[in-house]
Design a protein around this ligand. Sequence first.
Ligand code: SF4
Length: 64
Amino acid sequence: MPVIKADLDLCQGYANCVMEAPKFFDINDDGVVVVLEEEFPEGSRSRVEAAVRSCPVSALRIEE
Ligand code: SF4
């Protein structure tokens, strides 16, 4: 299964990813992204890709 990778040093806590795919992303108390489920099924791909695209600092990527 594909896996979500987040670069925590890049993340600025804009939370765009959380709005696009709240099942997979949250923001912790420090304002940094938390990946709730790293692996995702193909059925969730479009949601996850939308979240990855929405990140203004390109902190998210999908590892196949
Ligand atoms: S959209 Fe990018 S910068 Fe914003 S919380 Fe998500 S990973 Fe971090």
